[in-house]
Write a protein that binds this ligand. Structure first.
Ligand code: SF4
Length: 492
């Protein structure tokens, strides 16, 4: 539950087990003559799946930067008149899920800082791993005083303050001085009064792409956001690249040697299915994962159903490869999220039913293969199996289109701690019993990587393997890495 600045409370309707939470969606546009705030609104609307806690847009008319941000979904935060008042020639926007700093208005993005050559507004997707060092550096530079007063609680605030406090001739030079100091995962869009900037960490953990409008340029977390605003895909921002966009077009500089380690989980769950990474559609990749899953974990059954919607492409692939018919076994309420109406205890206990309701006439008497993208704590899958049994399923075979999630993510995705990850403490058979399924199969790491068509050496798979490509300081990992096994609930 979150209190907005106006005193209203927002409530999570579906809070039993939210699964992996995205870090953020970012969007930037340089397009004089266009309605840049509205383009940014629709870009963020397309990226809403990457963060649902807060949203913000900053625009510049060439002389001053205006910003509007608030808690809630993109559609809840902005009214038509807000967007009309955000006039300008360039804009950046952000939708947030918090991985560092609490979920409060003050931590919503874009962040804003005065600099000696104008104003800096910045939006970030990812998670820095050296915030302790950066905070010390900032203090040494004696520019931290205002940050302290305002409670610079996020890695984004630190980054913004560091860039704004540089004694360079312009923002471009300041960014080039600070980028090599940052460690961890970061895809950034930022701006001053006249120029749109974008940068990506040298591992390219989180996606970032450039698109072309008829009269301008767009930078976005995913290609789906380019499609939605009518921009054509140009290329990805390369790992270790910094770009600036203004009336002279795009300028590119390298601030580090690339060492690609793209997030494997983007392919499984995080990115939209209509997004492309490295030239291949995510939907096609997920269908291929489902094909692989069927090869690795065949079963005799009557119907393959997805847990909508993230399990849908893999269920289609499983059906294609196995020859078992595909069908819809659940109806999903896509509109469940935050509400200003406080749910009663009785409604809360309905939990997942608020989001998914089984179709009894489809399920009754059948041997069901149910395909989902991942198991985090196991609560969702336990509820799904229970609902399918109540709807009359004869057998329930759970198939998961990712390997067991055993390790926390420190690069911008909130999987919670090792102790909370069900596969960290339990063997396969114990997980199966815990969720109550007749059988359980995860796709192998090798099978998953093969389906992405990306070389293993270019991917991060730390949440499956515990091999972290960017080192994690002890104070950051402490607690999250501890494995205290809690008693299994609902084992049968
Ligand atoms: S640890 Fe997992 S979720 Fe995090 S970046 Fe690596 S693959 Fe992605």
């Amino acid at each position: 539950m979150t209190r907005r600045p106006d005193g209203r409370l927002t409530h999570e309707l579906f809070s039993e087990d939210k699964g992996p939470q995205d870090a953020c969606g970012i969007f930037g546009v340089w397009a004089p003559g266009e309605e840049v705030a509205k383009l940014t609104f629709y870009g963020l609307y397309a990226l809403q799946h990457r963060g649902q806690e807060s949203a913000g847009i900053a625009t510049s008319d060439g002389e001053r930067i205006l910003i509007y941000k608030d808690m809630g979904l993109v559609s809840q935060v902005f009214t038509e008149s807000d967007l009309v008042s955000l006039k300008g020639e360039l804009a950046i926007g952000h939708c947030r899920y918090s991985t560092t700093g609490s979920s409060t208005w003050v931590n919503a993005q874009p962040t804003l800082r005065p600099t000696k050559y104008g104003t800096l507004a910045l939006a970030h997707n990812g998670n820095l791993t050296n915030t302790g060092d950066l905070a010390e550096l900032l203090q040494r530079q004696t520019i931290f005083a205002s940050g302290k007063e305002r409670g610079a609680t996020t890695d984004t605030e630190l980054m913004t303050a560091l860039i704004a406090g540089q004694d360079e001739k312009n923002l471009e030079a300041s960014a080039m001085a600070v980028l090599p100091l940052l460690e961890g995962a970061f895809s950034l869009v930022f701006m001053d009064e006249n120029t749109l900037y974008a940068a990506r960490d040298r591992h390219g953990v989180r996606p970032l792409v450039v698109g072309k409008l008829e009269r301008g340029w767009v930078v976005a977390s995913e290609t789906a956001a380019l499609d939605i605003v009518g921009a054509s895909f140009v290329r990805e921002v390369e790992p270790g690249e910094f770009i600036a966009i203004d009336e002279n077009g795009i300028r590119s500089q390298r601030w580090s040697t690339p060492d690609p380690k793209g997030c494997l989980f983007e392919y499984v769950y995080l990115a939209r299915p209509d997004t492309s990474i490295a030239g291949r559609g995510i939907h096609a990749t997920r269908v291929a994962i489902g094909v692989q899953l069927a090869k690795e974990h065949p079963v005799v059954a009557d119907l393959v159903i997805p847990v909508p919607e993230s399990g849908t492409p893999a269920a289609i692939g499983y059906s294609q490869a196995s020859g078992i018919p595909y069908g819809a076994g659940f109806v999903k309420n896509s509109y469940v999220g935050r509400t200003f109406i406080q749910p009663s205890q009785t409604i809360r206990q309905l939990g997942i039913r608020l989001k998914l309701n089984p179709l009894r006439e489809i399920i009754e008497g059948k041997r069901i293969v149910v395909v989902d993208d991942s198991i985090v704590r196991g609560n969702t899958q336990r509820a799904i199996v229970r609902m399918l049994r109540e709807a009359g399923a004869r057998e329930i075979h759970v198939r998961i289109s990712s390997p067991p999630v055993k390790w926390p993510c420190f690069y911008g995705i909130d999987f919670a701690s090792r102790a909370e990850l069900i596969a960290s403490g339990l063997e396969l058979e114990e997980v199966r019993r815990s969720i109550g399924a007749d059988s359980l199969g995860y796709v192998s790491l090798e099978g998953l990587i093969q389906a992405t068509q990306i070389a293993e050496s270019n991917l991060c798979h730390a949440c499956f393997t515990g091999t972290y490509p960017i080192s994690i300081p002890a104070d950051m990992s402490e607690g999250k890495m501890r494995l205290e096994i809690t008693p299994v609930q609902g084992a049968n």
